[in-house]
Structures are given as C-alpha cells and as structure tokens.
Design a protein around this ligand. Structure first.
Ligand code: LLP
Length: 423
C-alpha cells in the first residue's frame, strides 16, 4: 500500500496535489511519501515481531538524507556498501553500531574509515578481503566483527542482473569453502567471528528460494557451531520484491517472509538481521514527468516526455516495468490506446514502455511513474548534460524539496580546467 492516490480527479502524494508540486518545482521530479516509508518499515518490524531482530535499510535503494533521517528516527540501522554511504548514514545520525558494511570490493581506505568511525560488522565476501581486514584492523589496534557472506547457490528467479546467490555470481564464499574460511577467520588476529551473511538477489517474487537459502544457512550454523564458532547473528540480506505491475503481480508479504525466517532459522537463537531496500523505498516514491510531444509515427504513436533513461534507468537496464499513470485521472469511459512512452535522449534504449495502453494524452499533460522510490534517483546520471532531477518529500499536507535541481552554472563549475588551458 502507498499514499499516492487520486483525490478530486488529481493524483496526490499524501494530501498534496502532484499538480501543485509540479507548478512549484518544475518537471521532471521525484516525490517521496513519509507515511509510506514509515509504514513499510513498521510492516517489516512487525513481520519479525517476537524474534530478536534488527533491520538494516539497504540505503543503496534511496540514500536521500531526508529519507535516511526518517528511517533512522524509527530505529533503522543501515546496510552500506561504500565509504560514501557510510558517511551519509553517519551524517543522518545513525550510530556506527547500527551499520553493517556489505560489498564485494571493500577498499583498505574504506576499512580504515569505518573501523575508525565505528561499525557493527563487516559482511566479508572473500578470503583475500578477510586477510586484508585482519591486517588493517590489527594495524589500527582494533578488532573487526565479521560475518562471512556465503553463496548458497540458489536461483532467486529474478532478473539475471540482480540475482546474486548462484555460484556463477561474483558474490560471497561458496558453501563448500565456508568451513575452511571460518577456520581461517578464527585464526586471524583482529577478527572476531559473529555470524553468517547471505543475500540471494533482489526483486524476489517467490519465497521458495529464500526457504532454500535459509535452510542451508541453518545447517551451516549447526556445522560451524560444532566446529567451535560462536555464530550469534544471521544476516539474511534483503531482496523481497514489490508489485511493479499492480494489475497482475502479488509478491509475498513481509509477514509471509517473516514466517519463512521463523520456520527456517527461528530455532537457532541467533539475532536476525535483514537488509531490505526496495520494499521500504520502492512504492514510497513516484517520478513525475510532462509530455513534450505526442508524435504520430508509422503504425505507432510516441509519447515523448521530459524524463529520460538518465533519470530512471530501470526500464533501459533491466527491462523493468513501471506503471505509468496520468496525473489527472482519466474520465470514465475513455478507452486506452497503446503507445510508446519515450524520453528525449538520443538512444532507442531511452524507452520507458512499448505499446502501453494509456488514455489520450498530449503536450503539457503530466504522467507519474509508480514504484520509483527505490533505485530511481540513486541511479540517475547527468547523461546528455541533463541536470539531476529534484527530489521532493511529502508529509501530510506539507512538501519540501529535499534535493534541488542543479543549475547549469553549478553543473559547469564542477569541472575544473588544467592550468595549461586558457580559461
Ligand atoms: N543487501 C545486499 C547485500 C544487497 O546487495 C542488496 C541489493 C540489498 C541488501 C537490498 O536488496 P533489495 O531489498 O532492495 O532488493 N538496481 C537494481 C537492484 C540492485 C540490488 C542490489 N543489491 C534494480 O533497480 O532493480
């Protein structure tokens, strides 16, 4: 459920008319709903009620400072994958002991940064990373808490580019090498083993792969405990999918996911950690764009809008579907017609939807892309020197720009000229 609904024939974000925001900030832009963000966090928290658990929001989904602050104020920890994310999480007020550090290529500089600033645990993804972390931590006179991310070789049945738990994927340590890796970890100075980590992919719409992976994790927990390791935390990653296509998708609910967790690892007495990103932020945001032209091609029509693949790359990158709705509710009885919805960037890949049934739209009309709160603004670029689009946060009947659109001057001044060039 989200808080983007039609009121008096106009799409609203909570109690604010999207038309009103557009008039104030100009198109295209992202809008986030505070009520939806808080609701999704609460739903996860309730799904794990009774289990000793912590939620680490995967901030790669949406790392706007205002979003981070909302979640941090609710007690969310953060799952970070870079020094930059760590710095932002800390700036949002998240204490180091509520931050877990994931990622397949942590650099020495990043290790130093988070050990210095404080960190709950490193989710280590390889033996070389483990050895480097031991060296860095020892050199600093610190002890790094670690889990090892294992690769359970489970097919998450999601888009190939976001499946991470198969042996062909670059992530984690193969199950078959786990015992040896744990034994090495236990012998290294500056390293304290605290648990196991797994993350099998993103946008999962079936619970079966989770059940498989968590069952393997439970077995591994028993084995490692028998080997003498103190496995007290299980980080189960994120990945629960959201309904991008409301008409025919019904992914599992967090409560059902929570049930799988209870059934597979609930008996182990471990602290359960999860890292949801998309499910918290995805349906808490929309992207709003204006139609520039309606172009009649041969055999098909094109709706050319002012947002492009650089603003929302998911359709171009993952063939992802986003529901696209007119901001002014279509009149009842108006038949939708198939149309291609495209951006102005000079690539055919800059296509948001092909032959999508839409009500009649023309220049100046506004459309909203649903489910754009996760992996939207964070993946945007300034390709074609198109300024990053603004982000707006709504709370009840209030709204505020939480990241302004840069001016052309700001964009130009980011580049610096070498001394040998005349300015
Ligand atoms: N934990 C780890 C270690 C991850 O790699 C990810 C996502 C998450 C948690 C959060 O997964 P989520 O709950 O958001 O599914 N850009 C792609 C998604 C990439 C996901 C990468 N890792 C997209 O737009 O679909």
């Amino acid at each position: 459920m989200d808080h983007f609904i039609y009121k008096n024939g106009v799409l609203h974000a909570e109690d604010v008319s999207v038309n009103e925001i557009a008039a104030k900030v100009g198109t295209p832009f992202y809008v986030y709903s505070t009520a939806t963000l808080t609701r999704h966090f609460t739903v996860f928290d309730q799904a794990l009620e009774g289990l000793d658990h912590k939620i680490f929001y995967a901030m790669k989904a949406n790392d706007n400072m205002a979003v981070l602050r909302i979640l941090a104020a609710m007690g969310a920890g953060m799952d970070v994958v870079s020094g930059g994310e760590y710095a932002k999480a800390r700036a949002a007020g998240v204490p180091g002991d509520m931050i877990v550090f994931s990622g397949v290529g942590k650099t020495e500089a990043e290790m130093r940064q988070v050990l210095e600033g404080g960190i709950r645990q490193f989710n280590v993804e390889s033996e070389p990373e483990l050895r480097r972390l031991s060296r860095v931590a020892t050199g600093m006179g610190k002890v790094a808490n670690i889990t090892l991310r294992v690769n359970p070789d489970v097919d998450a049945k999601t888009h190939a580019k976001i499946a991470t738990g198969r042996s062909e994927d670059k992530f984690g340590i193969p199950m078959s090498q786990a015992r040896a890796a744990y034994s090495e970890a236990a012998s290294l100075p500056g390293i304290e083993v605290v648990g196991i980590d797994v993350h099998i992919g993103s946008q999962l719409i079936d619970l079966a792969p989770y059940r498989q992976a968590f069952t393997k994790l439970a077995e591994l927990t028993e084995t490692l405990r028998a080997d003498g390791h103190d496995i007290r935390r299980l980080d189960l990653g994120g990945g629960l999918g959201i309904p991008y296509q409301r008409s025919n998708e019904a992914p599992p609910l967090p409560v059902e996911y929570g049930q799988v967790i209870r059934e597979t690892v609930g008996h182990l007495g471990c602290e359960i950690e999860i890292e949801p990103g998309r499910l918290i932020a995805g349906n808490a945001g929309i992207m709003v764009s204006e139609v520039i032209y309606l172009k009649h091609g041969e055999g098909r029509n094109f709706l050319i809008i002012d947002a492009a693949m650089n603003d929302l790359v998911r359709p171009a990158m993952y063939e992802a579907h986003h529901d696209i709705v007119p901001v002014v509710e279509p009149r009842i009885g108006v038949d939708p017609e198939p149309i291609d919805i495209v951006g102005p960037v000079c690539e055919s890949g800059d296509t948001f939807a092909k032959q999508r049934p839409m009500p009649p739209l023309d220049s100046g009309d506004l459309v909203a892309f649903r489910s754009a709160g996760a992996y939207g603004a964070v993946m945007a670029s300034e390709y074609n020197a198109r300024p990053l689009i603004p982000e707006v946060l709504v709370k009840g009947d209030q709204f505020a720009v939480v990241r302004p659109r840069p001016t052309y001057e700001e964009m130009i001044s980011r580049d610096t000229l070498p001394s040998w060039m005349e300015s």
